[in-house]
Design a protein around this ligand. Structure first.
Ligand code: A2P
Length: 318
């Protein structure tokens, strides 16, 4: 499998298994199927509320000799309620304990949004007590300490725009190594891609398939369906692959990792094959010129009337 390479030479496989929305009772099997099929990169997060089950699958995979720890690349993410410097390590230790691991390959600040301790996903978002004012510098210094201690090999962020990345770069010390953001042919993120490249920050594309299985509370009824896009379908038919493979190859061919979520054995296997799909330049260009643009994870869940955050704080103006 192709990899992206960090400054120190460590590698991250370009395709990993996403676990957001993978339900209890499903994710254990999905992780084992993925490892059996050849996945070596698993993307997790504390807020997905399934790291214990992912950990059980990893423990089983190691015990059965399917794979060794050092052959896997495991990412997790610090939730919004652990942004204070003293909480960053607590957040990591909980994920390590749930995943039953001694270290992570990559740890990310999940959102540039701070919550009060104990607040989960978008709970009470209309209430002042959801939010807490922790400067990014505190959180980033906490992340840098984890790297210095060897508890995580690489550190970065998710959902950071250029302004927020600049804020972190200005702190100095260990630099951000990864920015994981929504990306697919309907959200190219050109400016962010250019900025990350210029600053040696690798990227991972989340929701590469449009995350159609989101709960109703964070999904609009009239969302576009990238699987039915004419350009995507015509390229899929040219290479004799399915639409999902084209959507995944879009980011991989731009030098960006992808983490499609699936709990279905056939789709887990199919998606892995996308990592081998090399698109001709003209085909990638066609995907880059698709007019429809859409942000599926639009962040409105952090922007209630009582929130200090607005969409313009979160996202790059395109
Ligand atoms: P399932 O888990 O049943 O396979 P994203 O990675 O953008 O969040 O998208 C995940 C959604 O896409 C899930 O609903 C997942 O369903 C579905 N999915 C994953 N792989 C494929 C595929 N190859 N073809 C169609 N749908 C897929």
């Amino acid at each position: 499998m192709k990899t992206l390479i960090f400054e120190n030479g460590d590698e991250i496989p370009v395709l990993g298994l996403g676990t957001w929305k993978s339900k209890p009772g499903e994710v254990y099997q999905a992780v084992l199927w993925a490892i059996e099929s050849g996945y070596r990169h698993i993307d997790c997060a504390a807020i997905y509320n399934n790291e214990k089950e992912v950990g059980e699958a990893l423990t089983k995979a190691f015990a059965d000799g399917l794979v060794k720890r050092e052959e896997l690349f495991i990412t997790s993410k610090l939730w919004n309620d652990c942004h204070r410097k003293e909480d960053v390590k607590k957040g990591l230790l909980k994920s390590l304990s749930d995943l039953n691991l001694e270290y992570l390959d990559l740890y990310l600040i999940h959102w540039p949004v701070s919550f009060k301790k104990g607040v989960g996903f978008a709970e009470n978002r209309e209430q002042y007590f959801t939010y807490s004012d922790v400067p990014l510098s505190q959180t980033w210094q906490g992340m840098q300490s984890l790297k210095a201690e060897g508890l995580v090999k690489h550190i970065g962020m998710s959902n950071f725009n250029i302004a927020k990345l600049k804020e972190v770069l200005a702190i100095g010390g260990a630099a951000p190594e990864m920015n994981q953001v929504e990306m697919h042919p309907y959200l190219r993120q050109d400016k962010l891609v250019e900025f990350c490249k210029a600053n040696d920050i690798l990227m991972t594309a989340y929701s590469p398939l449009g995350s159609g299985d989101r709960s109703k509370s964070i999904k609009k009824t009239d969302e576009p369906n990238m699987f039915e896009d004419d350009v995507v379908l015509s390229i899929a038919s040219k290479y004799r692959v399915n639409a999902a493979a084209v959507l995944l190859a879009f980011s991989i061919n731009r030098g960006i990792a992808v983490i499609p979520k699936s709990v279905n054995q056939d789709r887990i296997r199919q998606n892995l094959l996308a990592s081998e799909l090399v698109l001709e330049k003209g085909d990638l260009d066609q995907l880059l010129q698709i007019q429809s643009q859409y942000r599926f994870i639009d962040g409105t869940f952090f922007t209630g009337s009582k929130s200090p955050y607005s969409l313009s704080d979160l996202w790059e103006p395109e």
